[in-house]
Design a protein around this ligand. Structure first.
Ligand code: C5P
Length: 251
């Protein structure tokens, strides 16, 4: 199964995003050859979230695809099945590589999302991956119990939501690296785990509560790690990116 590092480009505008990626790739082209195994050929896989997408829209996605990036469009759709299906069709037409929904929308909604996405992506040979958010990492056991009135342990809820996503035909879930092994055990090795909350041994945790290093995430079975500030806020982002790839892919 393909494993990769996805850079979370949490910038407010298309300009800032492109400026950052220009800086990253310009230095990259100077210091490493395209077939360097630690980086891989082509441009880095990037994640675009709601902030940048609502500010810059499809134009930004188009630009990133033209530049050769793989794009994970992290919009976490959650609505009635018909609306999600039609919206996913639009997103599929952009040629994105990965997109997501909230598993909390239910199996019918997730099935509709997949149908819409595949309709939109019909002309692309490489079909986009559709993954689900199980529970947000900002939701803790107390929130689950007191606000959502769910009495089950968080691990059971996350596992069940992952099973629902699999039943709907989705490719995987976004989860904590700490949950990756349990999800693979329940849903199979082919069911992908995309894990944020990644930090180097010597970097700040910022606002992330449960963090793991790239090497530990690999051991835990993560298929893709999503890394933001340890790369985007580094003095030399290219060094941080290369380090991340090396630790995650080679140990
Ligand atoms: O900067 P940092 O590495 O913490 O960025 C992590 C990225 O992953 C952010 O874009 C954040 O929104 C996203 N994310 C997360 N936890 C989740 C789901 C997404 O940190 N459960």
């Amino acid at each position: 199964m393909a494993k990769d590092v996805i850079i979370a480009c949490d910038f407010k505008s298309a300009d800032e995003t492109i400026k950052f990626l220009d800086r990253l790739t310009r230095i990259r082209d100077e210091v490493v050859s395209c077939d360097d195994i630690s980086i891989g050929a082509g441009r880095p896989y990037v994640k675009i979230g709601m902030e940048a997408f609502y500010a810059a829209g499809p134009e930004l996605i188009k630009k990133l695809k033209e530049r050769g990036h793989k794009v994970f469009l992290d919009l976490k759709l959650h609505d009635i099945p018909n609306t999600v299906k039609k919206t996913m069709q639009v997103l599929g037409e952009y040629g994105v590589d990965m997109v997501n929904v909230h598993a909390g929308g239910g199996i019918e909604m997730m099935k509709a999302a997949k149908e819409g996405l595949m309709l939109g992506a019909a002309r692309y040979a490489d079909k986009p991956k559709l993954i689900a958010v199980t529970q947000l990492t900002s939701t803790d056991q107390a929130t689950l119990r007191d606000e959502l009135l769910i009495d089950k342990p968080m691990a059971d809820v996350v596992r069940q939501y992952a099973l629902n996503a699999k039943a709907a035909g989705l490719d995987g879930v976004v989860c904590s690296a700490f949950e990756a092994a349990d999800i693979h055990a329940a849903c199979g090795d082919d069911f992908i785990t995309v894990t944020p909350g990644i930090r180097f041994e010597d970097s700040a945790s910022d606002d992330q509560k449960r963090v793991m290093t790239p090497a530990r995430a690999r051991e835990a079975g993560s298929d893709y790690i999503v890394v933001g500030r340890p790369i985007t806020a580094a003095e030399r982002p290219i060094d941080a990116y290369v380090r991340c790839k090396e630790e995650f892919l080679q140990g």
